[in-house]
Design a protein. Structure first.
Length: 222
């Protein structure tokens, strides 16, 4: 994790010179790093960190990192992203982002790839679409559709629902759906969440990654 925090500190020193920008950093711990329903750590815990800078005109950029385990040499994921968000009206807003996923420590061909993500926000709903024309540097494309819903139960706790569909070259061409239901909130300066995750991916080579699970996450934003 030293590389993550070294990168975050260097990026913070750079963006701190920029005026009219909001800079935030987050450190998180989770018992299982899940990406679109699939474990990236073989169901082991992960320590994660991010640094974000947002400008008044809607442009933002950031860096995010986590340990990973794919049962090979890769041990660290660092993502770089830049995007733009804006309101259409009082109820509707959108976000477009380019994210570049990188993985270090792997001795073979790298997994690095670029993905474009578009999101539309309406009331408590979020509709997202992601596209990568060279998923995990495998030479084929992948796509992901998702719907998320967050309902504020009270001032402290929200109910979070998610449904996603992955198709294309993900997991050697096998499409699958993933779902989750959870609760999130804040206490003592920490952001807390717990969620039950399930999916219908049934491929033997993913047995260590796609079991149903409960994920706990605690974060602190500075």
């Amino acid at each position: 994790m030293k590389k993550i925090f070294t990168g975050l500190v260097a990026a913070m020193a750079l963006v701190s010179t920029v005026q009219a920008a909001d800079v935030t950093g987050t450190v998180s711990f989770t018992n299982d790093y899940r990406f679109r329903g699939i474990s990236q750590t073989m169901a082991d815990p992960a320590v994660q960190g991010s640094l974000d800078v947002a400008f008044d005109n809607g442009v933002y950029a950031g860096i995010w990192g986590s340990n990973v385990d794919f049962d090979d040499d890769a041990n660290l994921e660092i993502d770089y992203y830049v995007g733009f968000s804006n309101d259409i009206n009082d109820d509707l807003s959108y976000d477009v982002m380019a994210a570049y996923y990188t993985y270090s420590g792997y001795s073979g061909e790298n997994y690095d790839y670029l993905e474009l993500i578009a999101s539309l926000y309406y009331s408590d709903f979020t509709f997202s679409y992601a596209y990568a024309d060279d998923y995990a540097n495998l030479g084929d494309d992948s796509q992901y559709l998702a719907v998320d819903y967050s309902y504020a139960i009270n001032d402290a706790v929200a109910l979070d629902l998610h449904a996603g569909h992955s198709f294309g070259d993900t997991w050697d061409g096998y499409g699958y759906e993933d779902y989750s239901v959870g609760l999130s909130g804040s206490a003592a300066g920490l952001d807390l969440s717990v969620a039950y995750l399930t999916n219908d991916l049934e491929v033997s080579e993913t047995d260590d990654y796609d079991d149903d699970t409960v994920v706990f996450t605690v974060s602190r934003t500075f």
